[in-house]
Design a protein around this ligand. Sequence first.
Ligand code: FAD
Length: 295
Amino acid sequence: MKLTEILADAAGPLISCEFFPPKTDKGEANLWQCLQELATIRPDYVSVTYGAGGSSQDRTKRIVIRIRHETELTPVAHLTCVGATREDLAALLEEYREAGIANILALRGDPPEGTDRFKMVKGGFAYASDLVRFIREQHGNFSIAVATYPEGHPESPGGVEDDIRFLKLKQDNGACVAITQYFFDNEAFYRFRDRAVAAGVNIPIVPGIVPITNYTQIVSFSAKCGAIIPDWLHTRMQPLVDDAEATKAAGIDIAAEQCADLLAHGAPGLHFITLNKSEATIAVCRRLGIAKESI
Ligand code: FAD
């Protein structure tokens, strides 16, 4: 099913879950187990991230196509401009089309491991908005999602103002939904959304949510991607770092509180960054009564 159809049919909040392609057979077995468990709450779609290396990119493709063929879930393939020419991207999009994949999350991409800046390849794209336009113009059958940053992308010199401008460009070039970088300060999301709407953004902006299961890992991710760890979160989570069960329970409480507030303030859905773990996302959705099984 295309994202445009899912958005048009949505009766309640849009629930989606994000996974990464594991490197090992054990990791992959865990992913399929996790997908099976999450299928019980019937997410509207599931997305699979795309790395910078060739083997990781192949794993994304294989997993996305397997989800399409072997489950009832709707897959969304993340796709980036990293290391790819237009021809490379066109070939992959064609493979996806032939496999019945209808949805792409179009990104510029993170710089490859060991480098600190994105480098456009000759014959490729510098920005996600260019990739969105290319997909719409040359491969118009796909629905296109994009990323956005309520707390600002780390490379945006003009801060959130830039991020809003480029989100509007992605919309104008063909995106039908935006998914945010995860954040913990809902007020930052509300401010961003209000400013985006004032700037003419009218596609749904779906908050990215990361239920914390390992606080040290989240602190390290956040330093890289620019997500802010508020003092209240640090005060609540840091004392629990050596207690995995207490961390998980607090992570679920915090995510459930955050999601309830977001939905009460009109968020069109929730995009869960699962880190290939199902328990916390399922617990949050059930607590909020938004697991589709319970409707
Ligand atoms: P862009 O929108 O192109 O923005 C990149 C930078 O360029 C920003 O600083 C922006 O301000 C600036 N910019 C944008 N357009 C212009 C313009 N026209 N002129 C001048 N400056 C401009 N990374 C991966 O590698 N794989 C994934 O699977 C992945 N999935 C993600 C999913 C979500 C929901 C999110 C929020 C992020 C994801 N990322 C992923 C991370 C993302 O690739 C990085 O944040 C990357 O640095 C920016 O990608 P983008 O698509 O937002 O880029």
